[in-house]
Design a binder for this molecule. Structure first.
Ligand code: XMP
Length: 515
């Protein structure tokens, strides 16, 4: 068994590529996502113990569909696992035969194992897998044997054990594939021979050392903290490395959750992070948002104003050379490909333009980690659970949970209603089980009665979703008693609300946040 070898996940644009890399890391093997063109260089760099070819939206029949030079991998005898598009690409490159879009299988499919090779070792004779494909391999390449077939007699996996090449038409990385974890574990342990060695927590000391060696002794660092786990972990790591040469800036744009500012102040103090600068910019943001109801416009205004405020504060500190940012692995990989592959659904809040504008060097200590790994690091650093386990919160804050114009009145309702949803989720033990739970304030009114009087009040929508990565989400089938408690509290404690509704739509077709 090898220790310390990494696995490359070659990205053909599949929606589950990150999931493959995360699963490998969960199994204790460090994995990195690379573009097909970069794979050869990585192989040459050494310490690669396995290569996984991801799925992708294209068809291998299309002209210019993405491909890969297998030679450097095969020459080194590095095991390969092709998934979906990766499976079809292997068939194409190694001399198999494919048919275009004749069979379409989506979703759950039962498969039958014909031969238990190392990949399928220890699995039952039939099990359910998750498929999404149009093209199919109808004849495996020379040297390969078919190891499983679907109910519809489609080749669902094949292997050439002598050359250590394996592939599946289905997605072992998604939870809907039974034994998917076992298949990936078989690939990593039995086929690649890599034992579990990767543990993000082990890297804390190294990360601090790295920051210390990067930042010159008379240089200062600034960091925007928001109360989220990424920025708090970044600030804590940097502070451990450079002490009071770190200046953390918290821009209170007034769109924060209830108690967020206090929680940041309290936590950073407890962690020994000095020089926290709190900027009260609440009026400024509200002023800019006046009369604006278009969601994208709101996001743009908040992003730009945030940069302006941050820049103003930073320029007051002499000797700043570095900007520390809580960028994590998916942010980094996605930003490169978003422009090419994905359609813009919402422009996410980020301060990407800052370092260039301010001529600062960038420190991104969390750039190689997934969220769950950041949480592990945060815990080791002593960041409290209240922050580590906090639900994701969008950069533009409550502004995206207010439909239409952001007014002081709606903001107040939104903040209180969100606090009630969070409190009740915690009280019922649901908070840590769901991805996100929050409240949205609508623009329209609902007629209500108060005493004997007719009143027009706000509509609040409660949204609670389950998700693994925020890319897709299911609405949470909430217990009616919990919902009733949330609804009663909202109308009782926020008299301006006359109707509470519950969002019963998944993503897709909806998105998680309303704006
Ligand atoms: P949507 O609404 O696009 O959200 O389904 C997916 C996930 O992303 C969060 N979200 C954001 N996160 N900046 C962020 O850092 C943003 O501008 C932003 N907008 C949405 C959202 O809360 C959900 O978890």
């Amino acid at each position: 068994m090898h220790k310390g070898l990494r696995v490359l996940v070659v990205d053909f644009g599949g929606q589950y590529t990150h999931l493959i890399a995360r699963r490998c890391r969960e199994l204790g093997v460090y994995s990195e996502i690379v573009e097909p063109e970069a794979a050869e260089m990585e192989i040459k760099a050494g310490d690669v113990g396995g290569v996984i070819l991801s799925g992708g939206p294209r068809s291998v029949f299309e002209r210019d569909s993405p491909s890969l030079d297998l030679k450097p991998i095969l020459e080194k005898g590095i095991p390969i696992l092709g998934i979906c598009y990766g499976h079809q690409l292997l068939a194409k490159l190694l001399g198999g035969r494919l048919e275009r879009g004749r069979f379409r299988e989506y979703g759950r499919t039962l498969i039958r194992v014909l031969e238990h090779d190392d990949l399928l070792d220890g699995l039952p004779g039939t099990f359910n897998v998750w498929m999404s494909h149009g093209d199919t391999v109808v004849k495996p390449p020379p040297g390969f044997k078919v190891t499983s077939m679907s109910k519809g007699e489609i080749i669902t996996s094949m292997s050439d054990e002598a050359r250590k090449i394996y592939s599946t038409q289905f997605h072992p990385e998604v939870v809907h594939t039974e034994y998917g974890g076992k298949i990936l574990e078989n690939f990593l342990r039995k086929i690649c021979g890599i034992e579990a060695w990767w543990n993000p927590g082990d890297r804390v000391k190294e990360l601090i050392e790295e920051i210390r060696s990067q930042v010159g002794e008379d240089e200062k660092v600034i960091c925007a903290v928001s109360g989220g786990v990424d920025s708090m972990t970044t600030a804590t790591l940097v502070s451990k490395a450079v002490g009071d040469r770190l200046y953390s800036i918290f821009v209170d744009h007034g769109l924060m959750r209830k108690g967020e500012r206090e929680s940041v102040e309290k936590t950073l103090k407890k962690l020994g992070v000095k020089n926290l600068i709190v900027v009260d910019a609440r009026k400024r943001f509200l002023e800019k948002l006046k009369g604006v109801s278009d969601p994208e416009e709101k996001r743009k205004i908040i992003g730009e104003e945030f940069i302006r405020v941050f820049e103003e504060e930073a320029s007051k500190i002499p000797g700043v050379r570095w900007l520390a940012q809580g960028t994590i692995y998916p942010d980094r990989i996605e930003s490169g490909r978003a422009s090419r592959q994905a359609a813009l659904i919402k422009s996410h809040h980020n301060v990407g333009a800052l370092p260039e504008r301010m001529k600062l060097k960038l420190l991104e200590p969390l750039r190689d980690f997934y969220k769950d790994e950041v949480r592990e690091i945060a815990k080791l650093l002593g960041i409290p659970d209240e922050i580590v386990k906090r639900h994701p919160f969008p950069g533009p804050g409550l502004a995206v949970r207010i439909i239409g114009e952001v007014t002081e009145e709606k903001l107040e309702i939104c903040r209180e209603a969100n606090a009630i949803v969070e409190e009740e989720l915690r009280r019922s033990g649901l908070y840590d089980k769901v991805w996100q739970g929050f409240a949205v304030v609508c623009n329209d009114k609902w007629v209500g009665v108060m005493g004997d009087e007719r009143v027009e009040g706000y509509i609040v929508i409660v949204r609670i979703v389950e998700s693994v990565d925020g890319m897709t989400a299911d609405w949470h089938k909430i217990d009616h008693e919990i919902l009733e408690r949330i609804s009663n509290r909202i109308t009782r404690e926020i008299p301006k609300v006359t109707m509470v509704a519950y969002a019963a739509t998944s993503k897709p077709p909806s998105t998680i946040e309303p704006c």
